[in-house]
Design a protein around this ligand. Structure first.
Ligand code: PMV
Length: 312
């Protein structure tokens, strides 16, 4: 028997970095997915096929699995042990989500793998699968808030604030999103540390920007709930980008991409940590992208995903 599950990636629509200091962030699932297919075998090994190649792990040896496969092997071992399975598993991972650019490929993999593997053994609720996925993701990102796995499980848009429950935003904006990969490598930790240094040096200024970002987030929520126009959302994105720029997480390359994107879309911003990674734009007309054709940008169109985790 094969068990198949797929989960969407994510973008941070608004509020990255400020969320570290207690401001709300708005995160959305996108219609680019990771699909995981698992089946039981009689051999005592876990075999994983993924974009990183094929790798196998003995169930009985105590080996230290390196990320990015660590969460998958963790989930496989956990289920094998819990249900006393005498054999092993074969796990195939297919992904439409670029890896390591802040689009939630790791969280989507954890959610899809948690569902696909656990369904081989018993029926688990979405909440149980989410908890399994967060546990798995913590094997590589100890401090994950769980926001990414939450949105990958339930889809749609969520509001997230530190030390509070996640809240789903009941809105169905038909946003045409353009996601541009800057191909500039970035490290979330490094950029988060830069922001901490900025905050410590410019205490009053940082407080003021956080307050403006909080007010912006409230306007975003209203706009989303009222099914506001794409141009209003774009304007709010431009405003968010100004605050991100003020705290130093943008740079010349990203600013240039954003300026180009703004000339053909309603508004753009960094999504995620910045320093590199991806830019998101919103556009009324999907064909406005043809104006990008003379640029060497690596971009794709996306929509908000409202399905979340799907099992087959
Ligand atoms: O790069 P990503 O998509 O993992 O996003 C990081 C988001 C930050 O707000 C910069 C950090 C955080 O932990 O929330």
């Amino acid at each position: 028997m094969k068990s198949k599950a797929s989960a969407p990636g994510k973008i941070i629509l608004f509020g990255e970095h400020f969320v570290v200091y207690g401001v709300k962030a708005i995160v959305a699932a996108i219609n680019k997915r990771v699909t995981v297919t698992s089946s039981k075998t009689n051999e005592r090994q876990i075999l994983v096929n993924s974009v990183f190649g094929e790798d196998s792990f003995s169930i009985d040896a105590d080996i230290d699995v390196k990320s990015p496969l660590k969460p998958i092997v963790f989930l496989a071992k956990k289920m094998i042990d819990e249900f006393g399975h005498n054999g092993g598993l074969v796990i195939d991972v297919e992904s439409e989500i670029p890896v390591g650019v802040g689009l939630g490929s790791s969280s989507a993999t954890c959610v899809a793998a948690a569902a696909s593997i656990s369904n081989l053994f018993a029926k688990f609720s979405k909440e149980d699968i989410l908890n399994l996925a967060i546990e798995a993701e913590r094997t590589i990102f100890a401090d994950t808030s769980g926001a990414d796995c939450t949105v990958c499980t339930f889809g749609g848009i969520i509001e997230y604030q530190k030390e509070r429950e996640f809240e789903r935003i009941k809105a169905n904006p038909r946003l045409n999103l353009v996601i541009i990969n800057s191909h500039k490598a970035h490290s979330t930790n490094t950029v988060v540390n830069h922001v901490r240094v900025f905050k410590d040096k410019h205490v009053k200024e940082f407080e003021k920007i956080c307050k403006m970002e909080s007010e912006l987030i409230e306007r975003v929520k209203e706009t989303l709930k009222e099914d506001g126009s794409i141009s209003s959302i774009g304007g709010l994105m431009k405003e968010n980008q100004r605050y991100l720029k003020e705290i130093g997480v943008s740079n010349k390359e990203l600013d240039d991409i954003i300026e180009d994107a703004n000339s053909v879309t309603c508004g753009s911003k960094i999504t995620g940590a910045g320093g590199g990674g991806c830019i998101i734009s919103v556009t009324e007309f999907e064909d406005s992208l043809s104006k990008f054709s003379d640029k060497s940008y690596d971009y794709f169109l996306a929509k908000i995903d409202f399905d979340g985790l799907i099992t087959f």
